[in-house]
Design a protein around this ligand. Structure first.
Ligand code: ATP
Length: 331
């Protein structure tokens, strides 16, 4: 007769709390819809695909936004979301086909799929979700496709036409969780180190003197959207994000990409909050506290001397909150 399996190790009070907190947050996400995340009043800037790419940059900058849903008015359909990744593709096109500069100047947003194809980039999936579907579903879809934002698309029953209601980002969802679940996030007392939250090996970094183009190439080859900037002692000075590219190429000025990251960071809007750091001893509940209070896009993990240890992206946090030990939920 086979031996009975050994009794599972009893959970520590810390583990029990952590599990209970995660379970409650997941239940919350199953009960709430994407609609619930939206504020009572909000604006939505939608760009027509007939717009020139270089003009779209100015519109984003003037409105202090870094992405926008696209609308194909010829067929009255939602045509995906414009993000910093599209501009990175345009830059790569510029580098691969330098003789086509005059053509590039005349490209419209509708040309983005052709640009993507010409440089051999993996097409970005145009996922969307109905606003009344559970938030849990929207999040799973985002994690599966690695989308950092998801458009809420409704269907007008009378005309059968699509309407873009809004776009929700990873940050908006995490903030929604943080604000409405203080009593649950407080249970998440395990540290970043315990959870191994984020990435700690083979980190992509740059120096202040690295050119913007080199950092873009790094982001493309590593499929990441942020590169910490460190000094010769590995101390964190700042971080260059994909959205920092937008002011660099304003008006189609691709030559500026040969400038340094340090110069590019000076083009950030004055109200830019800068980077958020944490230590490996910080607990997940304190990270939720930061999310509750500030617009965090990622956390750079540093040691006592401010030396770089790792990077925690919002997708790392969402993946943990949604998927870690999922099978235990049924218990
Ligand atoms: P965002 O940070 O814009 O919300 P994201 O969550 O997909 O997007 P990315 O920065 O693309 O984050 O990170 C994807 C994965 O790569 C994450 O697991 C993250 O920990 C890791 N990562 C992020 N930045 C770096 C970096 N500079 N070097 C190595 N790995 C990184």
């Amino acid at each position: 007769m086979a031996d009975a399996p050994p009794d599972p190790k009893p959970l520590s009070p810390l583990d029990k709390d952590q599990r209970q907190g995660l379970k409650a947050i997941r239940e919350f996400l199953r009960k709430r819809t994407s609609y619930d995340v939206l504020p009572l009043s909000f604006r939505l800037i939608v760009l027509d695909t007939d717009l020139l790419i270089k003009k779209s940059l100015n519109i984003l900058i003037q409105n202090s936004i870094v992405s926008a849903p696209l609308w194909d008015s010829h067929i009255s359909r939602f045509a995906g979301i414009l993000t910093a990744t599209d501009y990175i593709n345009v830059i790569q096109y510029h580098c691969q086909f330098p003789d086509e500069m005059s053509k590039l100047d005349q490209f419209r947003l509708a040309s983005l799929p052709d640009i993507e194809k010409a440089i051999g980039a993996t097409p970005i999936e145009t996922v969307s979700v109905h606003p009344s579907k559970p938030l849990y579903e929207a999040l799973r879809r985002m994690l599966k496709t690695r989308a950092r934002r998801i458009p809420l698309v409704d269907l007008d029953e009378e005309t059968g036409r699509e309407t873009v209601i809004s776009v929700i980002t990873q940050y908006r969802i995490l903030k929604f969780i943080a604000v409405n679940n203080e009593h649950n996030t407080i249970l998440l007392k395990k540290t970043v180190r315990d959870l191994q939250l984020g990435t700690y090996t083979d980190l992509a970094v740059a120096r202040m003197g690295t050119t913007v183009l080199e950092v873009i190439n790094l982001m493309v080859s590593r499929n990441i959207s942020c590169v910490p900037i460190v000094d010769s002692e590995n101390r964190v000075l700042n971080a260059f994000e994909a959205v920092d590219i937008i002011p660099c190429i304003k008006g189609g000025a691709y030559d500026e990409l040969n400038g340094s990251v340090g110069e590019a960071l000076c083009k950030r809007p004055e109200d830019n909050p800068g980077i958020f750091t944490c230590s490996e001893d910080d607990r997940l509940d304190s990270i939720f506290d930061t999310i509750r209070k500030s617009r965090v896009h990622r956390l750079v993990v540093v040691d006592d001397e401010n030396k770089l240890k790792g990077v925690i992206s919002l997708s790392d946090i969402l993946k943990y909150v949604l998927l870690h030990g999922e099978e235990d939920d049924a218990a």
